[in-house]
Design a binder for this molecule. Structure first.
Ligand SMILES: [Zn+2]
Length: 97
């Protein structure tokens, strides 16, 4: 079955546009609604809903789901991790081991 939410091959401009629109929608919400959304979803896996655990990997606290195996990064953490050579192999060893 095809994933209805899958949007392939977005351009950098489209990604920037969607980020801007999402932030505008979020800003337009009432503070109470934003707080309730955050409480409901904070540290929950976006794929399976289980609790996420912070795992220190190099200079970054990566959010890891031990139920489905998902690994999630906060804004700016991908740039931190990818700034060092060999980051991908190192991350694969760490999270697959
Ligand atoms: Zn999960």
């Amino acid at each position: 079955m095809a994933n209805q939410n899958l949007t392939p091959n977005l351009s950098r401009q489209e990604i920037a546009k969607r980020r801007r629109e999402a932030r505008e929608r979020h800003s337009a919400m009432a503070a109470k609604e934003r707080d309730e959304l955050k409480k409901l979803h904070w540290m929950c896996c976006p794929k399976c809903g289980s609790s996420l655990t912070e795992v220190q990997f190099r200079a970054v606290k990566v959010d890891k789901c031990f139920t489905c195996g998902g690994v999630y990064l906060d804004d700016g953490e991908l740039e931190l991790l990818t700034s060092k050579p060999g980051w991908f192999e190192s991350m694969m060893r760490f999270f697959r081991g």
